[in-house]
Ligand binder design. Sequence first.
Ligand SMILES: C[S@@+](CC[C@H](N)C(=O)[O-])C[C@H]1O[C@@H](n2cnc3c(N)ncnc32)[C@H](O)[C@@H]1O
Length: 444
Amino acid sequence: MIASRRSLSQASFTARVDDLTQAAIRDGATSFAALLHRLPGVYPTEVLASLDRLADSASVDAAVAMSIHRRAATNGVAAVEGRSLLPLPHPLDYEWRFTPDAARLLLNRAADLTPSGGDLLLFGTPGLAVEALTLPIGRRLAFLAEDNSVTDRVFALNQATGSPLSIAFCSGGLPRESADAVFLDPPWYLDFVRPMLAAAAHACRSGGVVLISLPPDGARPSAEADRQATIAFARRLGLAAIEHSPLAIAYETPFFERNALAAVGIYPPQHWRRGDLVVFRKTRASTRPPPASSGRLRDWTEVAIGRMRLFIRGGGEAHSDDASLISLVEGDILPTVSRRDPRRRQANVWTSGNRIFRTDNPQLVLEAAISCAGEAMGSGVQPSLWGSIRERETLERVAAKLRALAAIEEQEEGKTPIITTERSIAWRSSSTNSWSRSTAIVSG
Ligand SMILES: C[S@@+](CC[C@H](N)C(=O)[O-])C[C@H]1O[C@@H](n2cnc3c(N)ncnc32)[C@H](O)[C@@H]1O
């Protein structure tokens, strides 16, 4: 029986992180990588802040603290996104992908827990879905996904490999009692975890298992309390917790997070982030009615400009003729990835490299972005569509800025080879969970 816990205050959390950091250093974790690995998912900037506090109070050797700082500020060889078959993850999707090893481990674990010939459902896990395409799992596989360009790519890869996956959108009807194991990795916020876990519980057959990745205790002050709340919520869904494996799931550092940390001069090892694996057994039917869908309504439109995924909010609106991209933070890269950062709310233009801007004319920025995307197909801007000469000039100026951003981000990314073997959708609107198709372009 697990007692419910209250969220730690910020002060208690800080004190706990300091204790853990001090113990880790005492035990010989004196490099940045070793320290991050020893701590339970503490964010790199928090680790360095803890180190400063401990050095100030002479609780750790100042020379050790300085050496760890130096290592943290050393930009090693440009890391290349591990799973480059998929479009870049976007911060607005909270898309942290598993390392290939972790994906294999999870698929094997799900297979071990299910009868041969059983059905696996992958829910909100595009990276896992792609990994599953290449493995002899011996189970029927379904992928329940958001309707976005990442899923488009999974569709294409699935077709190219003989369609081992059956793919459905979570904005449509949700499956009922159709899987012996459901794997889900919601964004680490309770308002995502609860509806997705409810959908997973209903999709799971009686006696089946639900596997979920949750934030480890060091991720934030409320992590432990949130896990207990999730386990209590799961109980009402008929799910009994049978396993909790702290820090069992390794993640890649997405490009947007690498940029956010680089903006404050920090370069962590590529696989520092880990999640806790919690496994539930479905022991009875849920006491809650099944959710109709788990899709989220969003008013962002996505346009691919080369590898860069540009999200624009309110693309149907123009509050001014001025379509400038207004800086919201110095250097334009938002230096955090936390949803709690208040600067997020001001942005209505957001790149996959975590650059944020505000514009008073999102409509024109969207048109400029679509024209950039169209150039890759040789279509570009059709002058008759774009009104006055002044509007055309503005459009071209914004398009040039967007092309420059895409070039900078491709450079930052470490020149990941662009995959040009398939076609993908140039832009899509997710405002009503429907999507719009313009010209199909070749993009990576
Ligand atoms: C933390 S990522 C998980 C990715 C996973 N680690 C992987 O490697 O495949 C969270 C994912 O949940 C998806 N997502 C967010 N809200 C969702 C919803 N309501 N239903 C289904 N998927 C959702 C996002 O698109 C994103 O891909």
